[in-house]
Write a protein that binds this ligand. Structure first.
Ligand SMILES: Cc1ncc(COP(=O)(O)O)c(C=O)c1O
Length: 372
């Protein structure tokens, strides 16, 4: 089979399965992006003195004092020792995990953890224990069995997201931190969807749950609620130093542009003081759920990511297309982003949605499901 045949046969297969993907321009009111606080459409802060490219790795000439300022502001926000900027959440998770975890180490990972966590674990070539989503009993069983092996030179880790991207639910972080402590495991938390939206100053679920000291590292992206390019890792000074020396995803890539550092400084200042948007976000999330319920639509989870499970891939796509035709930009999420048989509409509620529109959306979803 030629390379071309291989590609076309895979693409044909995806089409036949209803899993073919293509870019689609935004259509209608945004109920799909991760712009939870409504910052993505604000004007860019201008940074005329800062260059528009890092033009080198941060370990070479790509470093700039703006990043020192961003990192120290972020560390203060989290009440943590230090922060390390990375170019994206994907590379932050993959880089952190593959640098920190070594072959032979054991990692308990929630079965719904994001692709970049999965890829980090693959690169780490460690032993993986995938536990059922948010199932603390199964996590505990695994930890207990692993601790009983008593291999003191092997390290144990637990990795979870703090708000799951496609299911919109949150794990009990305090209980997980307690299990980690009890069984001598290190806890890593991906805060991609929670950063900006939880806690008194918006720094995420780890801080809101009061478990910062029990977390080895947390990963935060700018690309969602903060609406800035890039991501960062919160860690001890020593771990930061180790990553700067060993993390290939940092060493062998161009630094973020200094001008983007100015965007970060503005975003951090804005989000810290923006309790109003956080309250609107959570109120809209509750409002959207209750409207869906009123229209007989079952919605999972309890947060602003609201999955409406459809099941069949093609039916989920048909429902999304119908919603888009009515002016609601809701997208279908299909395998491999979610498990086969659980294709869904993923409704992403934002702080700046009008409550009246949430009612119209719920009605439109009920309609779309009955026609799909
Ligand atoms: C849970 C989770 N972690 C990490 C990432 C990656 O973040 P970024 O988009 O900044 O690469 C995403 C984004 O899709 C995500 O949903």
């Amino acid at each position: 089979m030629s390379l071309r045949d291989r590609w076309t046969s895979t693409l044909d297969q995806l089409r036949a399965q209803g899993r073919y993907r293509q870019f689609a321009l935004p259509r209608g009111i945004d109920f799909t992006s991760n712009d939870y606080l409504g910052y993505a459409t604000l004007p860019n802060p201008s940074a005329p003195d800062l260059s528009r490219s890092g033009a080198a790795s941060r370990l070479l000439r790509g470093h700039h004092e703006v990043w020192e300022q961003v990192e120290s502001t972020l560390a203060t926000w989290h009440g943590a020792e230090s922060v390390l900027m990375m170019s994206s959440g994907y590379t932050a998770n993959e880089g952190l995990i593959s640098t920190l975890i070594e072959p032979g180490d054991w990692v308990a990972t929630d079965e719904l953890n994001h692709a970049c966590i999965v890829d980090g674990l693959r690169l780490a070539r460690c032993r993986r224990y995938s536990f059922r989503h948010n199932d603390l009993n199964q996590l505990k069983e695994g930890l207990k069995a692993e601790a009983a092996r008593n291999e003191s030179e092997r390290e144990r880790f637990i990795i979870t997201e703090s708000l799951f991207s496609m299911d919109g639910d949150r794990p009990p972080l305090r209980e997980i931190a307690q299990l980690a402590e009890r069984y001598g495991a290190h806890l890593i938390v991906d805060e991609a969807h929670a950063t900006g939206c939880f806690g008194a100053a918006g720094s995420g679920c780890v801080d809101a749950a009061g478990v910062r000291d029990q977390v080895l590292a947390s990963v935060h992206t700018g690309g969602k609620a903060l609406a800035v390019p890039g991501a960062y890792i919160v860690a001890s000074k020593l771990l930061r130093e180790y990553l700067v020396n060993r993390c290939r995803h940092l060493i062998f890539t161009t630094a973020l542009p200094p001008a983007v550092g100015a965007w970060w400084l503005e975003a951090i200042q804005r989000v810290q003081g923006d309790q109003v948007s956080r309250e609107k976000l959570h109120a809209n999330s509750a409002g959207c759920r209750s409207e869906l319920g009123r229209h007989g639509v079952h919605a999972e989870g309890t947060n602003y990511i609201i999955p409406v499970i459809v099941g069949d891939d093609a039916r989920a796509v048909a429902a999304a297309v119908r919603l888009q035709e009515q002016g609601f930009d809701v997208r279908a999420i299909r395998p491999p982003s979610v498990a086969p048989g659980t294709a869904r509409l993923r409704v992403s509620v934002h702080a700046d949605h009008e409550p009246r529109v949430l009612g119209q959306l719920a009605q439109a979803i009920a309609d779309a499901l009955s026609h799909a």
